[in-house]
Write a protein that binds this ligand. Sequence first.
Ligand code: URA
Length: 185
Amino acid sequence: MELSELKQICDKCQRCQLWQTRTNVVFGDGDPSADIMFVGEAPGENEDKTGIPFVGRAGQLFDKYLLAVGLKRSDVYIANTIKCRPPKNRDPNPEEQAACLEYLREQTRIIDPKIIVCLGRISAYRIISPDFKITRDHGVFYERKGKILVAVYHPSALLRDPKKKDDMMADMLKIKAKADELSGK
Ligand code: URA
């Protein structure tokens, strides 16, 4: 399947109740053949309005980290564990997450990134392990099915607690260096 076909399917999705309150499906953004794929938690208000992931305050901070390590949004791919905004930004419930996970799996198969970076603990819990502890395990590389999995702090966590910013910078540099190494740069 091509990414555009999967997007068309997602745009019409009614697998969980979130279709009733969404403005836009937030499918993903960036280079469909990127080496690095970032996966956040769920779209917020600005993402729901625009259909683009990470465009609000957290997204703007995230863009700064990309730039700081020499990357642009168009060099990477950005998606979320679920594609529709939960009302009032509540946490996505297990049914909503389960309904959407298959789309993320297919999207990941198509993009076939070398490194999957979970943005925050919710994404790391779903993608890396239910035992994941973000304060303990951020920046650690795991290997699964030939891909590197790693998690960093969610940009919203950095807005709440700026003391985490040094760790974020160190993790992002490490991820960029790994991507360069894997692509023979
Ligand atoms: N937070 C997320 O996890 N994803 C977005 O797209 C925006 C904010």
